[in-house]
Ligand binder design. Structure first.
Ligand code: MF3
Ligand code: CO
Ligand code: CO
Length: 264
């Protein structure tokens, strides 16, 4: 399957799905406090999506080839967990950092976005990892314009992470998105400028760098989903869904509570 170019009708639906995804993160932020469990965050988000937004939580029962069905409605990845952390009995404690990854389906179209949250007072080194990872995501987004190539995005992200002393996870990447949760192309968070697919107006994909404070190597937990750093170092991730426009880009998953954009 080739990379799809979305038409105006599809773009309008992706704008709605994207904003709704961001609004779930706006909603859940105030609940992220010491003492709450990741399972409770999942239930709150699930109920908000289904009952308030009338959206479908895309992760629930999602079963790509080689995976058991994902059992929850959101992903909650705490501290050394990189991504796809499965909500459950884990109680958040003061000083934790946490990624919450939301994907909603509205009118058939997917909006996929994640943010980092600090639980109570977080150590400066952990805060810095979250901030640099946010800058990495925006460094990638600023490369999104017609004529630029996927390698320009990956290179900008990798450079910013590595000059800060961090490493980029290689096994997971951004992805095309639309009627499907994961479509072509794969959007690597590392690479070389001037290489890879050339961007065209109407392409929509996510940029979602995973940045480790230590080494890049990963491990999988026995639950079949949770990905952690092999060296147990902290990991952070931010994600937006982005449209290539005629003149540059439009971030589709912005919402009222999104943190400020990092300027180019
Ligand atoms: N939202 C994740 C992404 O950014 C995918 C999660 S798949 C799940 O691509 F099954 F773990 F939810
Ligand atoms: Co994604
Ligand atoms: Co996501």
């Amino acid at each position: 399957m080739a990379v799809s170019i979305k038409n105006q009708d599809e773009i309008m639906k992706m704008r709605v799905a994207g904003r709704l995804g961001g609004e779930v993160l706006d909603y859940i932020g105030p609940f992220v406090k010491p003492g709450i469990t990741t399972g409770e965050l999942d239930r709150l988000c699930h109920d908000y999506m289904v009952n308030v937004q009338k959206t479908i939580p895309a992760p629930l029962n999602y079963a790509p080839p080689g995976h058991r069905p994902y059992p929850k409605s959101i992903c909650t990845s705490v501290n050394h967990q990189i991504c796809h952390g499965v909500p459950g009995e884990k109680t958040l404690k003061n000083g934790d950092i946490l990624n919450i990854d939301i994907t909603v389906i509205k009118d058939g179209y997917h909006g996929d976005t994640s943010r980092m949250f600090c639980v109570g007072d977080v150590a400066p080194h952990a805060r810095r990892l979250c901030e640099v990872t946010y800058e990495c995501m925006w460094a990638g987004i600023h490369q999104v314009k017609p004529g630029n190539r996927l390698g320009d995005i990956g290179s900008a992200i990798q450079k910013h992470a590595e000059k800060s002393g961090y490493s980029i996870v290689r096994e997971y990447c951004g992805h095309g998105i639309g009627l499907n949760f994961h479509e072509e192309p794969q959007v690597l968070h590392y690479g070389n400028p001037g290489t890879g697919l050339t961007l065209l107006p109407g392409m929509i994909f996510t940029i979602e760098p995973m940045v480790n404070a230590g080494k890049a190597a990963i491990r999988h937990l026995g639950d079949g989903w949770t990905v952690v750093t092999k060296d147990h170092s902290l990991s952070a991730q931010w994600e937006h869904t982005v449209l290539v426009t005629d003149t540059g880009h439009e971030v589709l998953t912005l919402s009222a509570g999104s943190p400020p954009e990092i300027p180019a």
